[in-house]
Design a protein around this ligand. Sequence first.
Ligand code: FES
Length: 869
Amino acid sequence: MVIDGATVEAEPRAGQCLRTFLREHGCFGVKKGCDAGDCGACTVHVDGIPVHSCIYPAFRARTRSVTTIHGLAAGELQRRFVEAQGFQCGFCTPGMIMTAAALTDAQRADLPRALKGNLCRCTGYRSIAAAIRGAATPEAEAESDAIGRSVLAPAGPAIVTGRAEFTLDTAPAGLLHMKLVRSPHAHAVIRRIDASAALAVPGVELVLTHTDAPAELYSTARHEHETDDPADTVLLDRVVRFTGQRVAAVVADSVATAERAAELVVVEYDLLPAVTDPQAAIADGAPRLHADKPPTARIADARTNIAASVESHLGGVAEGFAEADAVYEETFEIHRVQHVHLETHASIAWIDPDGRLVVRTSSQTPFLTRDALCRVLNLPRERVRVFTGRVGGGFGGKQEMLTEDVVALAALRTGRPVQIEFTREEEFFGATSRHPMRVRVKLGGRRSGRLTAISVGIVANTGAYGNHAPGVLFHACGESISLYRCANKKVDGVSVYTNTMPAGAFRGYGLSQLVFAVDSALDELARRLDLEPVAFRRANMIGPDDALTSIEGAPADVELGSYGLPECLDLVESGLRSGRGDPPPGDQWLIGEGIGISMLDTTPPGGHRAHARIAERAGGGYVLHVGTAEFGNGTTTVHTQFAASALGTTADQIAVVQADTDGVDYDTGAFGSTGTVVAGGATLQAAGRLREMIDARGGRGGPLLSAEGTSDGLRRSVAFNVQGFRVAVLPRTGEIRILQSVHAADAGTVVNPLQCRAQVEGGVAQALGAALSEHLDIDGTGRVTTRTLREYHIPAFADVPVTEVHFARTSDAIGPAGAKPMSESPVNPVAPALANAVRDATGVRFTRLPLTRDVVYLALAGRAAADAG
Ligand code: FES
């Protein structure tokens, strides 16, 4: 086979796909996002024709010429991807470029069709289209490093040539591979495991079971404060609580051998009764999932399967409803969706020459993962190093420890490097998801336009384990309720254990669910009061002089460091007034408009710490060490801008070394939208101090200088997002067409407009997927039945409308250089804006997601039948 111009003499194994063959021969630019030909991350050319190499048999490429991203002549296309920022995490980019490089002019004119085999989870495709079409963006032409300019991502050249190293784009000598044996039952006790047949397979080195696992209880969730989550998990448990839970780990000299041996591990179970519905799980007589846990496990009430609960009130809602001119009450069902970062969960662990445990992992939290490994494996901090390569997307899904503990244990036992990589199928049933929620909302209001009462009841399904259960529940009913000024508020909620896959952190952290329910209800209440919905929101949302409070009215540890919410509403309303986008001709389309609004605290409560160090480099320039990981959120670019701005230089003079526990003292991690605000704050402080030292030195020579900075994230502000849609709905098919999508964000000082716009576009695209098509199906036994990207359906190019993105002109008094975060919050107002627009068009209030064609068709047909009857 000729690979990238060089002849390779090797025989593919029987059944081996071309992608695996290429990666085994060092072509790490060929990515693995699925095994089904769905995502296109593995696209290569065979004799000049683009193919999905994960479903292309390697033997068919014998005697042919294979070109990967490494062999593609670097040129105009790659340059345009860099300049248009046609990537975020960059995991899809090599495959995307390989497809784009083979397009004819006619295909390039029809990108929705031409790119149907290449998925991107991060960008929303607009910047990819700009790169392929060669459309220059005004921002991309800017060369200044000043804050507020679209400086290009430092990793761009490596991303577009396939040289950026993601977690598994390395192969240490003697590498072993791990495959997990997973439970086929939703609830059971392991009676016996016999691994003798697996151990007898040539090449198998180790089989780990619950008898090998430390007894330490922990949570897979990673937080600054370990006590935030219930300690209800052990590394390998004798009790299985969901179908897909890991039961044993087989370690062998190849993936194929580990897979074959995993099938030979005999596990005998004693089945236990299972419960998959959270309402049933809190009923009397339901099976208890964690009755075996001690009181120190921090479970709210293990006797009733309640992992976490919240209850608070302000004023009296009964009085508030009594004085209302209209009351609206409804239950909203928000479904289970998944992150679908294209790089699946993966890590490699080894023992370095000094005997230290080293873990290279796809994680948003290397420092917190190190600390958890130390606790679980009883190792001192200085004996463990955790770091990341480039991380291929996270969206909260990598704020968990799902792989690192088990490969670390295997590396300690074997003394050899051990690697694990979840398949796409394992992601769907063995990782985590957004918390499904049932939300009862009751709102009362006066015709004068005043909200008189808000009452919200939540039943969240945390699945088999309580990772993030308390945090998501509290956060869900935080900003969604405190956004509105109302004298009478009441919230009660529970997060409930069930025998289903665990839920976890997901972009928005509970707000996407609650904002859908509350903002939909608010829209409906306004209609009942004969008030215009946007004016009703304006009348009741917090104002610039309002103190932010907890629901009980106590002062909150959040301040209005800036306030751009009315401007965001103005921008979206005026955008929609332009009426851009017509319905297709020749059919009876119903047209409607809707808006959703949301607020997000700029950092999590209770502190979020970061440390940065910056030093002069011999030969010129600076090297910046930060702890936070880059997974497509763009913080690396922002950090170079902060440092360059403080040092009075250009961003290309700042080299960044990141996400390594050996690099800086500490960093809580890249979650909760903290990369710009917290790690950025530490960077700005370190660079400012270095500048002072350089100025003090004057023209005198001397040793190279360095300085440090820290940030604790304790002062918190809020960011705002407003989404508007104009839609057309076709009753005879149930189709929803988005005619216009407008988003306005109050991000404070927009440090990098091109990047920030793309974060919003990507967030809107991801939220549209959840609102329109994505759904992780679980059957009555608790088994996940959605197993491929094709069934799950994240948005492809053709599914994503262009979103007009606007920014309020604010500068935050708290955020570094006036900035506020904008990586997480754009998702939150999307679903209610869409549902409100569909309501406006059809008169039907949808209370469940996703709004698939069949759901919309049946609802409209049902209403038509009722009207006729
Ligand atoms: Fe496309 Fe992340 S940039 S998947």
